[in-house]
Design a protein around this ligand. Structure first.
Ligand code: GLC
Ligand code: MG
Length: 555
């Protein structure tokens, strides 16, 4: 990957009114928050979170200070993969609400300065989608070519060697027509054929349908996968240098993902997004190495606005490992491109468990990191209270992967359990006595209400960090620069006058060469404390400071 010089526009402080300290677009200076609707809040006591539940908790999101929410799928689905198997792209799943609820959510969120984004799942549909029902009805069906069909080999084996990212062959035979269809996930999630112009057009219409209602953008599911090799060539075998996933599947995803032609489709979407007065935002799920991530931003203006950085999510909470990914990302992205940082999502488990092993000090350092890097932080519901995974019994599992692979892999449900709002039966998620679709964790140990009134809680810290970003353009959009720091400490400058110093070690640290004032610490009430030469940090303490001159000297 060629190294490109970063060019940045000057930051104009305070010109955009009260919403942002900069002239940058909202999604750049702001903070995003992923809502997993089934587990956020249940308004009608059926045990399933829903859109009215999201509306009822907008006060929390506004109080927290987030600028946008991304809703995991709320469109109609048989829920084989919990909404990621869509059977109608332009209607709302009845258990989650109605189109009217979505319109109300968009309008009420907007009044509170919060934009609403949704998931878009263009790679595949449910096998119950009318398009697929038509496609599989006959080889001559009108929508046959909307999906990927191929003849089995002469010996009856699958058309090629591709494996589904959920395991097993990526092809399922269709006895009716004698051909097999492709699916990169479950066999009930047939992949669409993105070489087909009608498919492209129908998705243009789907995007416009939601954007015309005021939706602010989409998170695009498996964005890097949608186009496959036109000749359906076999993937090459994995080598020892390949990543874990390739090793696991025994092959490298050369022909069933990351094809160059995907960029043509993303550019088409970007053109559509830019037709809107407030251009709509495209955020890609792009699980690729950093060197390949840059390509999904195009020239920095013509593809995705934001791309999820999976190497960062997957890295351990260690300064050297994480810093090198951040530095690599800073160099790799084209001018005008903007990183996105996240530590948890509905697939990857919760950062409080994965990164912090339940240690609240580590949780807080991780959250300070996410909220102080150059780029858009995307919090996952529950991150703000340091919510950990909930371990589940086999019989409680709802994720098809957990059900299928237990006990080797427990699936993704541990990170999807309901949001604990209060220390009460039902956790404030649902009514007492109602059985939630996934069990609640320990609502006494961790809940929003108790943390909201505690000045030393993780929630209070996260809110203060978001507020500080909003106040200081340096922290929202200022340049990132690594500063020298002792072992175990990651120090970096943001913009002209701010430094972030994270002690990611089990012992205290002394960082010399710092002159300024503490703005916020993860561990103690140190705001306003002057620093004259030497900064002392506790074990696993993170701190943001304002410096008197451009920060360069920490060593
Ligand atoms: C994405 C989603 C995941 C889903 C898969 C198939 O990775 O985040 O939850 O299972 O796509 O749609
Ligand atoms: Mg409900």
């Amino acid at each position: 990957m060629a190294r490109r010089v970063l060019r940045r526009r000057p930051v104009l402080s305070g010109v955009a009114g009260t919403e942002s300290p900069t002239a940058e677009p909202w999604w750049k200076a702001g903070v995003l928050y992923q809502v997993y609707p089934r587990s956020f809040a249940d308004s009608d006591a059926d045990g399933v979170g829903d859109l009215p539940g999201v509306i009822a908790h907008l006060d929390h999101l506004e109080w927290l200070g987030v600028d946008g929410i991304w809703l995991s799928p709320v469109t109609r689905s048989p829920n084989a993969d919990w909404g990621y198997d869509v059977s109608d792209f332009t209607s709302i799943a009845p258990e989650l609400g109605t189109l009217d609820d979505l319109d109300r959510l968009i309008a009420q969120a907007r009044r509170r300065g919060i934009r609403v984004l949704m998931d878009l799942v263009p790679n595949h549909t449910s096998d119950q989608h009318p398009w697929f029902l038509d496609a599989r009805s006959a080889r001559t069906a009108a929508k046959r070519d909307w999906y990927v069909w191929a003849d089995p080999k002469e010996d009856g084996s699958p058309p090629n060697n591709w494996v589904s990212s959920f395991g097993g062959p990526a092809w399922t035979p269709d006895p009716g027509s004698g051909q097999s269809y492709l699916h990169n996930h479950l066999s009930v999630q047939p992949d669409l054929n993105w070489w087909n112009e009608e498919v492209r057009q129908v998705f243009d219409g789907i995007m416009r349908f939601w954007w015309d209602r005021g939706l602010a953008g989409f998170r695009i599911d498996v964005c890097n996968v949608i186009i496959k090799d036109a000749e359906l060539r076999d993937n090459p075998p994995a080598t020892e240098e390949d990543d874990l996933e390739a090793q696991l599947f025994g092959q490298r995803s050369v022909y069933n993902a990351n094809r160059p032609e995907v960029h043509e489709v993303i550019r088409r979407w970007r053109t559509l997004a830019e037709e809107y007065d407030a251009p709509r935002v495209l955020i890609g799920e792009t699980p690729v190495p950093v060197g390949e991530l840059a390509a999904y931003y195009g020239d920095g203006r013509d593809e995705l606005h934001l791309s999820f950085n999976f190497p960062f999510i997957s890295a351990p909470l260690e300064p050297a490992a994480m810093r090198s990914i951040v530095e690599e990302t800073e160099v790799a992205l084209p001018a005008g491109a903007w990183p996105a940082w996240t530590g948890s999502n509905h697939d990857m488990f919760r950062l409080a468990t994965r990164w912090a092993e339940g240690d609240p000090r580590k949780v807080r350092v991780a959250l300070m990191l996410l909220l102080s890097l150059r780029g858009t932080p995307v919090l996952y519901q529950g991150d703000e209270i340091g919510l950990a995974n909930t371990e589940l019994a086999h019989e409680d599992m709802r994720d098809p992967l957990g059900v299928r692979y237990w006990p080797y892999y427990a699936g993704r449900d541990a990170g999807r359990t309901p949001m604990p709002w209060r220390d009460a039966p039902g956790g404030g998620f649902t009514e007492p006595g109602v059985r939630p679709w996934l069990p609640l964790g320990d609502v006494h140990a961790c809940n929003v209400e108790s943390q909201r009134s505690d000045p030393h809680s993780t929630l209070t810290l996260v809110r203060a960090l978001i507020a500080l970003r909003r106040q200081e353009a340096d922290l929202a959009v200022g340049a990132y620069r690594t500063l020298p720091a002792p072992e175990g400490v990651w120090a970096f400058a943001r913009g002209d006058r701010h430094i972030v110093v994270l002690n990611m070690a089990d012992r205290g640290a002394t960082v010399p060469g710092i002159e300024g004032t503490v703005r916020i610490s993860t561990e103690a009430a140190r705001a306003g404390e002057p620093v004259t030469g030497t900064l002392e940090l506790r074990a696993w303490e993170g701190l943001i400071g304002a410096t008197r001159s451009a920060p360069t000297t920490a060593r």
